[in-house]
Design a protein around this ligand. Structure first.
Ligand code: C2E
Ligand code: MG
Ligand code: MG
Ligand code: MG
Length: 280
């Protein structure tokens, strides 16, 4: 009897695995097709300078506009794109599109602001990242000072010579680098010395409970102070209300990004948002 149920359990287990593998395969095929059919779109979320209130940048966030599933969030497909290597062509498209859009906004007469693009480790380790970045800038006719690349701590921690070299070259052509989700990845700060990053993006978990949690407040204050001592800017992610924004101002945080300012939105809505906020 035991043997019997054991076999059943085993069969059930492998069937489960097959279902997962098939779903995974379907998704990979669908993502590949989505790329060919240009079903990916970028939404943009404003980044505000706390002192002046000016929009100093936007973060480009990819979505999949699926005919079957509607707007699909990156958490649903970025991990699979990374596993399958599809992140490389997808990431190329994101870079090209973000640069093209930033240039188009400037050409349309909007005050210039930077556009931040998220990079995966896979992309960063590819030797042609620099070439891809330069091609995107040239094709879009965008000055490199307006492009910012968001790196994760996991990219920076594996500071192989190649990674360091790529980062140096990107800096040399004038591209800005920031550390995304700062504080959540690793406790090593050595990479801040080795990599000439420009900005720390304080991760949402510290920002969220800033008002109610004294420890989080202390951490945020310490990150901002360290950033300033290293001549970096600090931006808080995930700012959802006025109280948190006020607290961040007290902490002398430079910039904020979050639902309190605006949710990520399509390019045309972002342009209208920027124009609407300009002082009369
Ligand atoms: P991230 O780079 O840390 O981006 C911030 C995420 O927080 C975005 O989620 C944004 O919509 C969300 N967010 C912004 N403000 C608030 C807020 O006030 N409250 C809350 N609860 N959330 C807020 P999204 O767009 O779903 O992106 C999730 C992640 O997917 C990103 O996290 C990033 O790691 C990744 N991602 C997005 N686009 C790309 C891309 O083009 N390439 C790569 N490699 N990764 C991307
Ligand atoms: Mg980011
Ligand atoms: Mg991230
Ligand atoms: Mg982040």
């Amino acid at each position: 009897h035991a043997k019997h149920s054991g076999r059943n359990a085993h069969r059930f287990f492998t069937e489960q695995m097959n279902v997962q593998a098939v779903e995974h395969m379907h998704l990979e095929t669908r993502l590949r097709r989505a790329l060919e059919r240009s079903e990916f779109v970028l939404h943009y979320q404003p980044q505000i300078d706390l002192a002046s209130g000016a929009i100093v940048g936007v973060e480009a966030l990819v979505r999949w506009q699926s005919p079957d599933h509607g707007l699909v969030a990156p958490a649903k497909f970025i991990p699979i794109a990374e596993e399958t290597g599809l992140i490389v062509p997808l990431g190329k498209w994101v870079l090209g599109e973000a640069c093209r859009q930033a240039s188009a906004w400037q050409a349309a007469g909007l005050p210039p602001f930077s556009v931040a693009v998220n990079l995966s480790g896979v992309q960063f380790r590819r030797s042609d990242l620099l070439e891809t970045v330069i091609n995107s800038l040239v094709l879009a006719d965008l000055d490199s000072q307006w492009l910012e690349l968001e790196l994760t701590e996991s990219i920076l921690i594996h500071d192989a010579e190649a990674t360091l070299d790529t980062a140096r070259r990107l800096k040399a052509i004038g591209v800005k680098l920031s550390v995304d989700d700062f504080g959540t990845g690793y406790s090593s700060l050595a990479y801040l010395k080795r990599f000439a990053v420009d900005k720390l993006k304080i991760a949402r978990p510290f920002v969220r409970d800033l008002v109610s949690n004294a420890d989080d407040a202390a951490i945020v204050r310490a990150i901002v102070q360290m950033a300033h001592a290293l001549k970096l800017r600090a931006i808080a992610e995930g700012v959802e209300d006025a109280e948190v924004a006020a607290q961040l101002r007290l902490c002398q945080c430079d910039e904020i990004q979050g639902y309190w300012i605006a949710r990520p939105m399509p390019a045309d809505a972002l342009a209208a948002f920027v124009l609407g906020r300009q002082p009369a």
